[in-house]
Design a protein around this ligand. Structure first.
Ligand SMILES: Cc1ncc(COP(=O)(O)O)c(C=O)c1O
Length: 415
């Protein structure tokens, strides 16, 4: 970490430091998601609005983390606030069937044609866990294959080959790792914001379909991020099951398993016996009215503005990737598509980032230093080490500010 950045950060975040000490006493490493911790301590957020996070020391940060990339319209957009407030008056936890899940599903199934049947859960982790169980129930096979570097949440079934070196187990306490195979190549997950090629995905799909294997795509990040719908149909793919999350819940807790009826129906407890069914449940907060209403408002707003919205976000992303690559003059490779971007710091052993293994070999410490520099000096927030996302509340001036902050970082970086 650059010494001066640390000094500035500590001076500006004194209350955060105190409060975080308390958090550390009460919580594991002081946080409730491992990635939210960064050195020397994360600032403590007091409020968020529009493009800003505001911490307890009243520092304001332009946010590019955007609630784990779930907030495509920024923090607290008016329509979501108004509609969820109205729902609060009607109750926020019915625990029974309600109309608003039907309204959201009508939108989803139109935008995502393979979503012939849908089940809501509360997190992406649950959705991917259930997707795997469903596939096993359909195929009566135990072994699943995932992709090196792919992140699909913390469920035991998928917690393998997420971080480099991929041969090493991600955690103690995992059982049945022998049932997970991992395939090399590129990914769209935690491995580094590297778009999968159409040929690669088509190849995997072909293999699955020729071998009676279900083809599952995790579109938890990509769903509604680049267009009103999913990425798979832009690549003319034909997945059997899809998982969604993040944006489709409008920033409220959500996970979605959806797909072709012939497979989703295995989860129907009325028609399938215990021996044959996939018991994929749901949970206390599945399809809770607030999430459904927030998701509905978000998808309605996207639909009404989708051409303009995605043109803007995708342009911002591509301009920023170009700008950063130019500024760093060959020292970085900025990956991503549409509104997502991540700057990889190259070194003697790696000249181009094509997959998660390449990303892991880059100088990750430098990336953390870079993000921390922007937080400490310029009120620009990327969760250190993670990709940035543009949302509708960002403006061109935010790109200029990233450029300026990058220039200042470069003067230290080049030394
Ligand atoms: C691609 C992908 N799948 C699944 C998940 C897990 O979702 P959640 O954090 O809601 O459990 C994430 C979370 O970032 C993700 O990026």
């Amino acid at each position: 970490m650059i010494k001066n950045d640390l000094k500035v950060y500590k001076k500006n975040t004194r209350k955060s430091e105190e409060i975080f000490k308390k958090s550390k006493k009460l919580h594991v490493n002081g946080v409730h998601h491992n990635i939210r911790f960064f050195e020397p301590y994360p600032f403590v957020t007091k409020a968020s609005k529009g493009k800003f996070l505001i911490d307890v020391d009243t520092n304001k940060y332009v946010d590019f983390w955007m609630g784990h990339w779930s907030l495509i319209f920024g923090h607290s957009p008016k329509n979501v606030v108004n509609n969820t407030k109205k729902q609060l008056d009607k109750g926020w936890m019915h625990g029974t069937v309600s109309r608003n899940s039907i309204e959201l599903s009508e939108k989803l199934s139109k935008a995502v044609p393979i979503a012939e049947k849908i089940r809501y859960v509360s997190t992406g982790t649950e959705a991917t866990m259930y997707a795997v169980r469903l596939a096993r129930a359909v195929t009566k096979r135990k072994i699943i294959a995932k992709i090196d570097g792919g992140w699909h949440g913390y469920s035991t079934d998928l917690l393998k080959t997420v971080n480099w070196p991929f041969e090493k187990s991600e955690s103690s306490g995992l059982v049945d790792e022998k049932y997970i195979l991992s395939l090399p190549y590129n990914d769209l997950g935690g491995g580094g914001c590297i778009p999968a090629t159409k040929d690669y995905l088509t190849g995997i799909q072909e293999f699955c379909h020729n071998n009676g294997t279900l083809f599952i795509l995790d579109e938890i990040v990509t769903g509604f991020r680049f267009k009103y719908g999913c990425l798979y149909d832009t690549m003319k793919l034909d997945p059997d099951i899809i998982t969604l999350g993040k944006i489709v819940g409008g920033g409220f807790p959500i996970g979605v398993i959806c797909g072709k009826s012939e497979f989703m129906n295995y989860a129907n407890t009325s028609t399938f016996s215990k021996l044959n069914r996939a018991y994929i449940g749901g949970g206390t907060f599945s399809a809770n009215p607030l999430t459904m209403v927030a998701g509905n408002s978000t998808l309605t707003t996207i639909k009404n503005s989708s051409n303009k919205l995605y043109r803007k976000l995708n342009n911002f992303g591509s301009n920023t990737r170009k700008m950063l690559d130019k500024k760093f003059d060959g020292d970085v490779n900025t990956t991503g598509i549409g509104s997502l971007f991540l700057t990889h710091f190259l070194n003697d052993s790696i000249y181009e980032v094509k997959n998660s293994a390449d990303a892991a070999k880059c100088n990750i410490k430098k990336l953390h230093d870079y993000h921390f520099h922007m937080i400490a000096h310029d009120g620009i927030f990327f969760l250190p080490g993670k990709l940035g996302a543009f949302s509708d509340v960002h403006t061109k001036s935010d790109i200029t500010d990233i450029a300026r902050s990058t220039d200042r970082f470069l003067t230290k970086f080049k030394k």
